[in-house]
Design a protein around this ligand. Structure first.
Ligand SMILES: [Zn+2]
Length: 175
């Protein structure tokens, strides 16, 4: 259900920033835990409005339910209250391992994309060269055809010169 493109874990250094600045963690769409929390009355501090149910989807917090300010980005006050306790260290380690594997496969994919971009570039160059070769070939053929026509003209000129000489000679003989 989740494609790799939707997975966007914050790098570790950004997670530190998140903890320091109190930003809302990335979350995962979960059909069992979503929408406004109206059973527990947890109002976000700044707006005083009911908070939204979310499931964290980054780092060691992955899978933990939390309540957050429901306002859209830009107006969101960053209010977060955890519903689930912090996972035990073994679970946190396993999650970090999984995220690092995701990170690795993503960078491998970036390399693949770079490689195919290079290949496309090379193929384009080759095609351009072939096009240029073809244009040159067409030009050469045209020149050859022109040359042949010139030769035909030359030949007919030669022909008339020969005929003229024949005539002169015939007149001389007759005269
Ligand atoms: Zn708020």
């Amino acid at each position: 259900r989740i494609s790799f493109d939707l997975i966007c874990p914050r790098p570790l250094h950004m997670m530190v920033t998140w903890i320091l600045l109190g930003q809302v963690p990335f979350s995962l769409e979960d059909p069992d835990y979503k929408g406004l929390e109206l059973d527990l009355i947890v109002l976000c501090e700044k707006h005083g409005k009911p908070s939204e149910r979310l499931v964290a989807f980054e780092g060691t917090m992955t899978g933990r339910r939390f309540l957050a300010c429901a306002e859209p980005e830009g107006q969101n006050c960053g209010f977060v209250q955890w519903v689930d306790e912090q996972w035990p260290p073994t679970m946190e380690n396993a999650l970090l391992k999984l995220w690092s594997m995701v990170e690795e496969s993503k960078s491998a994919r970036v390399n693949d994309n770079l490689q195919s971009a290079l290949t496309i570039h090379q193929l384009t160059e080759e095609k351009n060269k072939l096009d240029a070769d073809y244009d040159k070939l067409v030009k050469d053929v045209h020149q050859l055809v022109d040359f042949q026509q010139d030769r035909v003209v030359d030949f007919s000129y030669l022909q008339s010169a020969v005929t003229y000489q024949h005539q002169c000679r015939a007149e001389l003989v007759a005269g």
